[in-house]
Design a protein around this ligand. Structure first.
Ligand code: ZN
Ligand code: ZN
Length: 269
Protein backbone atom coordinates (compact mmCIF):
# COMPACT_ATOMS: atom_id res chain seq x y z
CA UNK A 1 0.00 0.00 0.00
CA UNK A 2 1.55 3.31 -1.02
CA UNK A 3 -0.75 5.20 1.39
CA UNK A 4 0.63 6.33 4.68
CA UNK A 5 -1.26 5.14 7.73
CA UNK A 6 -1.52 7.77 10.42
CA UNK A 7 -1.64 7.01 14.14
CA UNK A 8 -4.71 9.08 15.09
CA UNK A 9 -8.28 8.91 13.92
CA UNK A 10 -8.41 12.65 13.43
CA UNK A 11 -5.19 13.26 11.49
CA UNK A 12 -4.39 16.53 9.80
CA UNK A 13 -5.64 15.05 6.57
CA UNK A 14 -2.19 14.56 5.14
CA UNK A 15 -2.94 11.01 4.17
CA UNK A 16 -3.66 10.92 0.47
CA UNK A 17 -6.70 8.84 -0.51
CA UNK A 18 -6.72 7.31 -4.02
CA UNK A 19 -9.63 9.61 -4.94
CA UNK A 20 -7.77 12.61 -3.61
CA UNK A 21 -4.72 11.70 -5.66
CA UNK A 22 -6.94 11.48 -8.73
CA UNK A 23 -8.47 14.87 -7.93
CA UNK A 24 -5.01 16.43 -7.53
CA UNK A 25 -3.97 14.99 -10.86
CA UNK A 26 -7.11 16.26 -12.62
CA UNK A 27 -6.31 19.72 -11.29
CA UNK A 28 -2.95 19.57 -13.05
CA UNK A 29 -4.66 18.53 -16.32
CA UNK A 30 -7.30 21.27 -15.92
CA UNK A 31 -5.66 24.11 -13.99
CA UNK A 32 -7.85 26.99 -12.92
CA UNK A 33 -7.42 29.77 -15.45
CA UNK A 34 -9.12 33.16 -15.37
CA UNK A 35 -12.54 32.99 -16.98
CA UNK A 36 -14.09 36.33 -17.81
CA UNK A 37 -17.67 35.18 -17.30
CA UNK A 38 -17.17 33.63 -13.88
CA UNK A 39 -14.75 36.30 -12.74
CA UNK A 40 -17.30 38.98 -13.55
CA UNK A 41 -20.04 37.15 -11.66
CA UNK A 42 -17.71 36.60 -8.74
CA UNK A 43 -16.76 40.27 -8.73
CA UNK A 44 -20.32 41.50 -8.88
CA UNK A 45 -21.22 39.25 -5.98
CA UNK A 46 -18.16 40.49 -4.07
CA UNK A 47 -17.41 36.81 -3.55
CA UNK A 48 -13.65 37.24 -3.40
CA UNK A 49 -13.02 34.24 -5.63
CA UNK A 50 -15.30 31.88 -3.74
CA UNK A 51 -17.88 31.54 -6.51
CA UNK A 52 -15.17 30.82 -9.09
CA UNK A 53 -13.61 28.21 -6.82
CA UNK A 54 -16.95 26.46 -6.18
CA UNK A 55 -17.65 26.26 -9.91
CA UNK A 56 -14.15 24.96 -10.57
CA UNK A 57 -14.14 22.40 -7.72
CA UNK A 58 -17.56 21.15 -8.61
CA UNK A 59 -16.55 20.65 -12.26
CA UNK A 60 -13.35 18.80 -11.29
CA UNK A 61 -15.42 16.52 -9.04
CA UNK A 62 -17.86 15.90 -11.88
CA UNK A 63 -15.00 14.83 -14.18
CA UNK A 64 -13.67 12.60 -11.39
CA UNK A 65 -17.06 10.90 -10.94
CA UNK A 66 -17.54 10.53 -14.65
CA UNK A 67 -14.15 8.79 -15.00
CA UNK A 68 -14.77 6.49 -12.01
CA UNK A 69 -18.22 5.60 -13.37
CA UNK A 70 -16.70 4.81 -16.78
CA UNK A 71 -14.11 2.56 -15.12
CA UNK A 72 -16.88 0.80 -13.18
CA UNK A 73 -18.78 0.29 -16.41
CA UNK A 74 -15.80 -1.49 -18.01
CA UNK A 75 -15.35 -3.54 -14.84
CA UNK A 76 -18.96 -4.71 -14.97
CA UNK A 77 -19.02 -5.55 -18.67
CA UNK A 78 -15.71 -7.41 -18.39
CA UNK A 79 -17.21 -9.73 -15.76
CA UNK A 80 -15.17 -8.02 -13.02
CA UNK A 81 -11.84 -8.72 -14.66
CA UNK A 82 -9.24 -6.10 -13.71
CA UNK A 83 -6.87 -6.71 -16.60
CA UNK A 84 -9.67 -6.47 -19.17
CA UNK A 85 -10.98 -3.33 -17.41
CA UNK A 86 -7.58 -1.71 -17.67
CA UNK A 87 -7.29 -2.52 -21.38
CA UNK A 88 -10.81 -1.26 -22.16
CA UNK A 89 -10.32 1.90 -20.08
CA UNK A 90 -7.01 2.78 -21.73
CA UNK A 91 -8.36 2.23 -25.20
CA UNK A 92 -11.42 4.37 -24.38
CA UNK A 93 -9.25 7.20 -23.04
CA UNK A 94 -6.89 6.97 -26.00
CA UNK A 95 -9.61 6.94 -28.65
CA UNK A 96 -12.28 9.21 -27.24
CA UNK A 97 -10.41 11.88 -25.29
CA UNK A 98 -7.55 14.26 -26.00
CA UNK A 99 -5.42 12.96 -23.12
CA UNK A 100 -1.76 12.35 -23.96
CA UNK A 101 -0.23 8.86 -23.62
CA UNK A 102 1.37 9.92 -20.37
CA UNK A 103 -1.97 11.15 -19.02
CA UNK A 104 -3.72 7.94 -20.12
CA UNK A 105 -1.08 5.90 -18.24
CA UNK A 106 -1.36 7.95 -15.10
CA UNK A 107 -5.17 8.17 -15.17
CA UNK A 108 -5.67 4.44 -15.60
CA UNK A 109 -3.22 3.81 -12.75
CA UNK A 110 -5.21 6.16 -10.50
CA UNK A 111 -8.67 5.05 -11.58
CA UNK A 112 -8.48 1.32 -10.86
CA UNK A 113 -7.82 1.76 -7.09
CA UNK A 114 -10.66 4.33 -6.94
CA UNK A 115 -13.07 1.77 -8.31
CA UNK A 116 -11.90 -0.88 -5.86
CA UNK A 117 -12.40 1.17 -2.68
CA UNK A 118 -16.18 1.08 -3.13
CA UNK A 119 -16.17 -2.64 -2.31
CA UNK A 120 -14.34 -2.29 1.02
CA UNK A 121 -15.62 -1.59 4.53
CA UNK A 122 -14.02 -0.58 7.83
CA UNK A 123 -12.77 -3.48 9.94
CA UNK A 124 -14.43 -4.00 13.34
CA UNK A 125 -11.00 -3.44 14.92
CA UNK A 126 -10.61 0.01 13.35
CA UNK A 127 -14.15 0.97 14.32
CA UNK A 128 -13.67 -0.12 17.94
CA UNK A 129 -10.35 1.69 18.29
CA UNK A 130 -11.93 4.88 16.90
CA UNK A 131 -14.84 4.57 19.35
CA UNK A 132 -12.46 4.09 22.29
CA UNK A 133 -10.34 7.03 21.24
CA UNK A 134 -13.40 9.25 20.87
CA UNK A 135 -14.58 8.32 24.36
CA UNK A 136 -11.14 8.78 25.88
CA UNK A 137 -10.72 12.33 24.55
CA UNK A 138 -14.44 13.15 24.77
CA UNK A 139 -14.54 14.20 21.14
CA UNK A 140 -17.89 15.22 19.75
CA UNK A 141 -19.21 14.79 16.19
CA UNK A 142 -16.53 15.58 13.59
CA UNK A 143 -19.03 17.37 11.34
CA UNK A 144 -21.34 19.37 13.66
CA UNK A 145 -19.56 19.24 17.02
CA UNK A 146 -22.65 18.03 18.89
CA UNK A 147 -22.19 15.56 21.69
CA UNK A 148 -23.10 12.04 20.73
CA UNK A 149 -25.25 9.85 22.92
CA UNK A 150 -27.82 7.06 22.77
CA UNK A 151 -30.31 9.22 20.87
CA UNK A 152 -27.72 10.39 18.32
CA UNK A 153 -25.19 7.60 18.27
CA UNK A 154 -21.57 7.85 17.08
CA UNK A 155 -21.01 6.20 13.70
CA UNK A 156 -17.93 5.53 11.57
CA UNK A 157 -17.97 7.70 8.47
CA UNK A 158 -15.72 7.59 5.40
CA UNK A 159 -14.32 11.10 5.27
CA UNK A 160 -13.39 10.74 1.61
CA UNK A 161 -16.31 8.69 0.19
CA UNK A 162 -15.37 5.13 -0.59
CA UNK A 163 -17.37 5.20 -3.82
CA UNK A 164 -14.97 7.92 -4.98
CA UNK A 165 -11.65 6.42 -3.98
CA UNK A 166 -11.72 6.67 -0.18
CA UNK A 167 -9.97 3.84 1.68
CA UNK A 168 -11.62 1.87 4.47
CA UNK A 169 -8.81 2.41 6.93
CA UNK A 170 -8.26 4.40 10.10
CA UNK A 171 -6.81 7.42 8.25
CA UNK A 172 -10.12 7.92 6.45
CA UNK A 173 -12.37 7.19 9.43
CA UNK A 174 -14.19 9.96 11.29
CA UNK A 175 -16.62 9.48 14.15
CA UNK A 176 -19.72 11.48 13.31
CA UNK A 177 -23.20 11.56 14.77
CA UNK A 178 -25.85 9.50 13.03
CA UNK A 179 -27.75 12.56 11.76
CA UNK A 180 -24.62 14.00 10.12
CA UNK A 181 -23.64 10.61 8.69
CA UNK A 182 -27.02 10.41 6.95
CA UNK A 183 -26.62 13.90 5.54
CA UNK A 184 -22.92 13.73 4.72
CA UNK A 185 -23.72 10.92 2.28
CA UNK A 186 -21.18 8.74 0.62
CA UNK A 187 -21.13 10.71 -2.61
CA UNK A 188 -20.42 14.18 -1.23
CA UNK A 189 -16.71 14.86 -1.24
CA UNK A 190 -16.67 18.51 -0.29
CA UNK A 191 -18.83 21.60 -0.12
CA UNK A 192 -18.73 22.15 -3.88
CA UNK A 193 -20.88 19.01 -4.15
CA UNK A 194 -23.82 20.72 -2.52
CA UNK A 195 -26.09 22.93 -4.55
CA UNK A 196 -25.15 26.35 -3.35
CA UNK A 197 -27.99 27.98 -5.23
CA UNK A 198 -30.40 26.09 -2.96
CA UNK A 199 -28.66 27.40 0.11
CA UNK A 200 -29.90 30.92 -0.37
CA UNK A 201 -33.10 31.90 1.27
CA UNK A 202 -35.44 34.78 0.92
CA UNK A 203 -35.35 37.63 3.39
CA UNK A 204 -38.59 36.44 4.96
CA UNK A 205 -37.27 32.93 5.49
CA UNK A 206 -34.02 33.86 7.20
CA UNK A 207 -35.31 32.83 10.62
CA UNK A 208 -34.88 29.23 9.51
CA UNK A 209 -31.15 29.67 9.65
CA UNK A 210 -31.28 31.08 13.14
CA UNK A 211 -33.39 28.32 14.54
CA UNK A 212 -33.07 24.62 14.04
CA UNK A 213 -35.57 24.42 11.20
CA UNK A 214 -33.18 24.65 8.25
CA UNK A 215 -32.43 21.53 6.26
CA UNK A 216 -29.67 19.50 7.87
CA UNK A 217 -28.05 18.88 4.51
CA UNK A 218 -27.61 22.65 4.03
CA UNK A 219 -26.08 22.90 7.47
CA UNK A 220 -23.62 20.10 6.63
CA UNK A 221 -22.69 21.94 3.40
CA UNK A 222 -21.84 25.11 5.33
CA UNK A 223 -19.86 23.10 7.92
CA UNK A 224 -17.97 21.39 5.07
CA UNK A 225 -17.20 24.77 3.51
CA UNK A 226 -15.77 25.93 6.86
CA UNK A 227 -13.71 22.71 7.03
CA UNK A 228 -15.71 21.48 10.07
CA UNK A 229 -14.26 24.16 12.30
CA UNK A 230 -15.11 27.59 13.69
CA UNK A 231 -14.01 30.25 11.21
CA UNK A 232 -12.95 32.60 14.03
CA UNK A 233 -10.85 30.42 16.36
CA UNK A 234 -10.18 27.65 13.78
CA UNK A 235 -10.90 25.02 16.44
CA UNK A 236 -12.30 21.82 14.93
CA UNK A 237 -15.88 20.87 15.78
CA UNK A 238 -14.90 17.60 17.42
CA UNK A 239 -12.93 19.58 20.02
CA UNK A 240 -14.69 22.96 20.29
CA UNK A 241 -18.21 21.46 20.36
CA UNK A 242 -21.41 22.45 18.65
CA UNK A 243 -21.10 24.59 15.53
CA UNK A 244 -23.73 27.02 14.42
CA UNK A 245 -24.35 28.89 11.17
CA UNK A 246 -23.87 32.63 11.05
CA UNK A 247 -23.36 35.39 8.53
CA UNK A 248 -19.83 36.52 7.71
CA UNK A 249 -20.96 40.04 6.77
CA UNK A 250 -23.77 41.20 9.03
CA UNK A 251 -24.83 43.78 6.46
CA UNK A 252 -25.43 41.03 3.91
CA UNK A 253 -28.21 38.46 3.60
CA UNK A 254 -28.63 34.74 4.30
CA UNK A 255 -27.09 33.14 1.24
CA UNK A 256 -24.44 30.48 0.84
CA UNK A 257 -21.50 32.76 0.06
CA UNK A 258 -22.18 34.77 3.21
CA UNK A 259 -22.59 31.81 5.56
CA UNK A 260 -19.97 30.12 7.70
CA UNK A 261 -19.66 27.89 10.76
CA UNK A 262 -18.99 29.42 14.17
CA UNK A 263 -18.50 27.87 17.59
CA UNK A 264 -21.01 29.01 20.22
CA UNK A 265 -18.44 31.38 21.75
CA UNK A 266 -17.77 33.18 18.45
CA UNK A 267 -21.27 33.15 17.07
CA UNK A 268 -22.03 36.60 15.57
CA UNK A 269 -24.92 38.79 16.87
ZN1 ZN B 1 -23.11 15.65 13.78
ZN1 ZN C 1 -14.64 29.77 17.72
Amino acid sequence: MPYKKLPGYYPDQDECQPGEELKDYLETIYPLKPSRTFDEMDNDLRADGELTSIIYESSILYVLRRLVATTEHFYRVSGENKIATNIALRSYLRNYTRYSDEQVNKLSKLLLPCMETARDAFSEGDKNTAKQQRRMYQWSCFVCGKEMDDSNIPTADHFWPRGMGGLSNSGNLRMVCQICNNNHKRDNINHADYHYEEIAISATDYKHYKGSGHPKVHEVAVFAKSKYQCVVCNEPAYRVGELTIGRIDLKDGWHYLNLAAFCLKHKPE
